[in-house]
Design a protein around this ligand. Structure first.
Ligand code: ZN
Ligand code: ZN
Length: 132
């Protein structure tokens, strides 16, 4: 049983690595179903939660409140620029944000501050297509 879960989690990890940007568990499950893997939605949810907990995947909430996942290439702290149309994702460093967050937390007497900052917008390709 443990063996089988490992195999499924590995398959979910591969599918996630192939995705262009952030994807939901439902989207990933649909792709795995099309590939006839027989992996159920509940297993996909569990695998994604496990990958996020172990730091193998990044997770965030879409503006609609949906949990999205991505296998980021940057392992350290970073931010994302995400196209809300096609899902294209760019990993970005944000030095200004780091300094602002530390300063603001300190001003209010907070320590060990963490933050989540992701930018959603339209990528250049989607913006051009929208104008055409
Ligand atoms: Zn786009
Ligand atoms: Zn940051």
């Amino acid at each position: 049983m443990a063996q089988r879960n490992t195999w499924q989690r590995e398959r979910v990890r591969e599918e996630l690595a192939d995705a262009r940007g952030f994807v939901s568990a439902q989207t990933l499950h649909a792709a795995l179903r099309d590939a006839n893997t027989g992996i159920g939605l509940a297993t996909v949810y569990r695998a994604l939660a496990g990958l996020a907990a172990s730091g193998d995947a990044d997770s965030l909430q879409s503006p609609e409140g949906e949990a999205l996942y991505r296998a980021c290439t940057t392992t350290g702290h970073h931010h994302h620029l995400i196209c809300r149309q096609c899902g294209l994702t760019v990993e970005i460093a944000a030095t200004d944000v780091e300094q602002w967050a530390q300063r603001t937390a300190a001003q209010h007497g907070f320590r060990d501050a963490e933050h989540v900052v992701d930018i959603f917008g339209l990528c250049a390709d989607c913006a051009a297509a929208a104008e055409a």
